[in-house]
Design a protein around this ligand. Structure first.
Ligand code: ADP
Ligand code: MG
Length: 234
């Protein structure tokens, strides 16, 4: 018999294992976070910063796990018809506080009802990872513009910041696993984004100028319009 596992079977086992470990670790992190917040509410004012630090570090761990989970299992579980504008509105609600914390603002604009096919939570993860980098790249008076629109039969998301920008050599490394210029970076964020966008049959273009800012253009195929019920002339 063949007592050796084939390479693809091995990879499947490793990625299943990674996914289940990541999943199991996420729950205790959530619970711990909840109790920390509870304790923070009844603690001395002078000790509050420690609770905030601890909570932030837990969030960081959760983020790494989320990215890692997608790395191990990038395929979309369920693909449905989505309205890209609606998805962006949800992202706005999630990311606005983070931008404020960094002293910058998010400016949203766009058309309504842009139908695409995809998975809502993966799409969110892909776009949030780009927006998070923009927020981390901006300084005081930083602005991140996020626009959604249709162009040439495609659905487009444009994310532009006036942050620190990148050299061309840096742009070339985007999406490569573990490429990071941050002391606390994982270098997994954009790799995950690129994989998700690829699975959604989309593409990403990046334009960046050192000291000026960065612009990501993400393009997805539009879903075909839902046919209107047959009209009867009378
Ligand atoms: P991480 O954020 O953990 O470093 P990412 O994959 O999200 O990993 O990003 C990789 C690197 O790409 C970052 O460390 C940074 O150098 C660069 N980068 C990505 N987006 C931007 C941006 N908007 N402005 C400047 N640099 C960026
Ligand atoms: Mg990142």
């Amino acid at each position: 018999y063949n007592h050796r596992l084939q390479r693809t079977e091995k990879l499947k086992i490793i990625s299943d294992l990674a996914a289940s470990v990541a999943h199991e670790v996420r729950n205790p992190l959530q619970v711990t976070r909840g109790f920390l917040q509870l304790l923070a509410a009844r603690t001395d004012e002078k000790d509050k910063p420690y609770f905030e630090l601890a909570t932030n570090e837990l969030d960081r761990a959760a983020e790494i796990i989320t990215d890692f989970l997608t790395f191990a299992k990038p395929e979309l579980d369920t693909i449905v018809r989505l309205d890209l504008s609606k998805e962006i509105k949800k992202i706005e609600a999630i990311m606005t506080p983070m931008a404020a914390m960094h002293g910058g603002i998010l400016v949203f604009s766009g058309e309504s009802e842009i139908p695409i096919y995809g998975n809502s939570s993966k799409l969110k993860q892909a776009l949030i990872n780009i927006i998070k980098n923009s927020i981390e790249a901006i300084g005081k008076n930083g602005v991140v513009e996020i626009g959604v629109f249709e162009e040439g039969g495609d659905a487009i998301v444009r994310i532009a910041d006036n942050g620190q920008g990148m050299e061309e050599s840096q742009v070339a490394k985007l999406g490569v696993p573990f490429f990071s210029t941050k002391t606390k970076g994982t270098g997994l964020g954009l790799m995950v984004t690129y994989r998700i966008v690829e699975v959604m049959k989309g593409s990403i273009k990046v334009f960046s100028a050192k000291g000026k800012g960065t612009e990501f253009t993400i393009r997805f195929p539009l879903a075909e319009p839902i046919p209107l019920p047959h009209q009867v002339d009378d």
